[in-house]
Design a protein around this ligand. Structure first.
Ligand code: CA
Length: 226
């Protein structure tokens, strides 16, 4: 996957590029709107991370020119602006998603995955996080090529968490997603399911994927060094 990072803050651009490379993406960097259009005229990218406030030509104009030229490359706006009006403007102008700075890198990764999956929707039925794989068609779950057998509810929780990998999910979110509305169980029940799920996917492995965020909920992610 090849990404274009358009961000005029040189340090931020560098940090994003470095982290994305660790995740296995290849990246090009542009530091203003004109440079971005030049890159886009030469190379085909799988997605573009596009700052809005840029020298020479702002991000909205870059996107407008791209779309009017028929370029449908998915665009994730990165911006310090966070009002509703700005969000609507960004999405109206043809951006696929929107992330407000400062952002958590895990959230950037999660949004990127969703965007790229949407764009290549027919390409894969497999959700992946590190060596953990979940097949949406066969419901087979493996880690390091070993099959893990899950109950139906455990599978649903894992699928939901993998689709939101990198995002913290509250007990309530998990419950609402996996159980139907009429269910009146205690939130302890979620903890019980998470514990059995954790034993099955993490116990035998050094690098843990399922993490508890105290007071917030749970997240599936690969722990990276700061
Ligand atoms: Ca900027």
């Amino acid at each position: 996957m090849k990404l274009l990072i358009v961000e005029d803050e040189k340090n931020l651009n560098k940090i994003i590029a470095k982290r994305l490379k660790i995740e296995g993406y290849s990246t090009d960097s542009a530091f203003d709107g004109i440079e971005a259009l030049e890159c886009l005229s030469i190379t085909e990218y799988d997605a573009i991370l596009l700052d809005i406030m840029l020298p020479h030509l702002d991000g909205l104009s870059v996107l407008q020119r791209l779309r009017s030229a028929g370029n449908r490359t998915p665009v994730l706006f990165l911006t310090a602006k966070d009002t509703i009006v700005d969000k609507v403007t960004g999405l109206d102008s043809g951006a696929d998603d929107y992330l407000v700075k400062p952002f958590e890198f895990d959230e950037l990764l999660a949004r990127l995955r969703v965007m790229l999956r949407r764009d290549h929707s027919s390409a894969s039925n497999i959700l992946t996080l590190g060596d953990l794989h979940l097949d949406l068609k066969t419901h087979e779950v493996t880690r390091s090529a070993c099959t893990i057998s899950l109950t139906a509810k455990e599978y649903e929780i894992l699928e939901y968490m993998l689709q939101n990998a990198g995002c913290v999910l509250s007990r309530q979110q998990i419950q609402e997603h996996v159980w139907d509305f009429s269910y009146e169980g205690s939130s302890n029940m979620i903890d019980v399911y998470i514990n059995t799920l954790r034993k099955k996917i993490d116990k035998e492995y050094d690098n843990k994927l399922l993490h508890t965020i105290r007071g917030a909920g749970y997240v599936l992610k690969i722990e990276t060094e700061a």
